[in-house]
Design a binder for this molecule. Sequence first.
Ligand code: ZN
Length: 271
Amino acid sequence: MKKILKNIWKIKRFIIWFFLDKTDKLIDISKISEKILVGKSIKWKDLNCFKIWNWNKKVLYVSWIHWNEVWTVKLAHKLINFFNTNISKYIDYTFFIISCLNIDWYDKAIKNPDYFNWWKVWRFNSNEVDLNRNFPTKTFTQKSIRSFWKNYSQNVEVFCWKEWNSETETKALTEFIKSSDIKILFVFHNAWKDVLWNSTELSQKISKLYSEKTWFKLLTQDYWKTLKQTWTAKEWCDENDITYLEIEWTTRYWSDWNIQKNAIIESLKLI
Ligand SMILES: [Zn+2]
């Protein structure tokens, strides 16, 4: 039975791949943006943040925190390209974009973005820690859970490590946010089609708009609590009075740019 299901899954993925928009490529941004080194990964690779313009409204976008969410990097590059080209419309802002936080898996994942490990998709960093369960929050312990499947009805335990902020990736991210005095953070995941917000008023406003523009489901705080996911970026932002938006988009197979572009642009008007 398991074998049959696995084959159905493979065929389904082949069909999706076959009908992919082949023009949805990873844009080369190496020449168009200022790069800041925010830290090193566990395997000592550079964690870069791209910076566009320099004014008082600071917004940070973070992609690829879980390594199976490979093409969130495509959206990040499109975003960098877009802001760079249209910066005259956004002169009040500074845009920071970390296109890949889980950098240790970059080469492997780019080579094989269509992971073929059945549904047990890999998501950790090279210490086997779930980076979105490793933020320095008050309630930190060694283990948490992650939820998946329809309406997050299934969950499994994930490892968060022995102490909070143990992973260089999360440490670099949180220290960068603090030292740069960034108060608005967007994190891109896929592919559950929803928008999660945190306790700030601005987050609630943006998430509502984002959900309207994309048709992604707007999660409620009560619903979030039932998932019992802890030590996350969301919780850390709550504790540090940072506006947080978590966007779970439609697919693992393309950039989602056409669906999210308008929501991203419109949300800037609320900031
Ligand atoms: Zn994720």
